[in-house]
Design a binder for this molecule. Structure first.
Ligand SMILES: Nc1nc2c(ncn2[C@@H]2O[C@H](COP(=O)(O)OP(=O)(O)OP(=O)(O)O)[C@@H](O)[C@H]2O)c(=O)[nH]1
Ligand SMILES: [Zn+2]
Length: 212
């Protein structure tokens, strides 16, 4: 197993006081963290989020995506429930890394969508791996989760990685004019459960109208 638990500490946030647990992945050199609150090891399914790193959205307030809004909503939801966990996974840019994400954003500025941009750079649409989640959850004594996500591939990937996902909890927050197209591409090309934009009404010409 390449995941090693390293240390835990208190992490006070505006939403409540979490416990932060640090893990090291010797296979990738990545440092992942889990933020837990309350009793998560009592066998009950735990409200959980597996959040992939997005420096721009999570730390720099970017409105190009919904990541920062989702991270805040997930922390808030766990605090309101009184117990739960947020795994913060260091797989920036859906696994392509920060600098490649900037390259992808540049292509998106020129008209590509988020999937096309990855492909033009020679990457798959989603290069993430969730194999670190099961050992991290196991360390915390968590046997089953209620996963906050809109991404059906994430539910499948976590289940395939040995995590028991008993429920998907929608996490639809942060839509704005800058990420509207991005979210629509997530829904149409990546299969996310997100409301689709309203279809434009079909234009009826007077000649086509049987009543006229
Ligand atoms: N390559 C690439 N990555 C992006 C782009 N926008 C956001 N990301 C990354 O996409 C990932 C989003 O991860 P999550 O918040 O787990 O979102 P998700 O898998 O879409 O599904 P949810 O659980 O519904 O949020 C992060 O790693 C971001 O850095 C983009 O335009 N291109
Ligand atoms: Zn983001």
């Amino acid at each position: 197993m390449s995941i090693t638990y390293v240390a835990s500490s208190r992490l006070p946030t505006p939403f409540g006081v979490f416990t932060m647990h640090g893990f090291e992945d010797s296979a990738t050199g990545k440092e992942h963290i889990a933020l837990s609150m309350g009793d998560v090891g009592n066998g009950e399914p735990v409200l959980a989020r597996a959040h992939s790193e997005c420096l721009t959205g999570d730390a720099l307030f970017s409105m190009r995506c919904d990541c920062g809004y989702q991270l805040e909503a997930a922390l808030r939801a766990v605090a309101e429930a009184g117990h739960g966990v947020v795994l913060y996974l260091r797989q920036e840019g859906r696994g392509i890394g920060l600098l490649n994400k900037i390259r992808a954003y540049h292509l998106q500025d020129q008209g590509a969508d988020t999937v096309e941009a990855n492909e033009q750079l020679g990457f798959g649409a989603d290069m993430r791996d969730y194999s670190m989640c099961q050992p991290m959850l196991e360390h915390l004594g968590i046997k089953a989760i209620r996963l906050m996500t809109n991404n059906p591939r994430k539910v499948k990937a976590l289940s395939a990685a040995g995590v028991q996902v008993v429920e998907r909890v929608p996490l639809e927050v942060g839509r704005n004019p800058h990420n509207d197209g991005y979210l629509n591409t997530k829904a149409s090309k990546l299969g996310h459960y997100l409301p689709q934009p309203p279809q434009a009404p079909a234009i009826t010409h007077q000649d086509d109208d049987p009543a006229s």
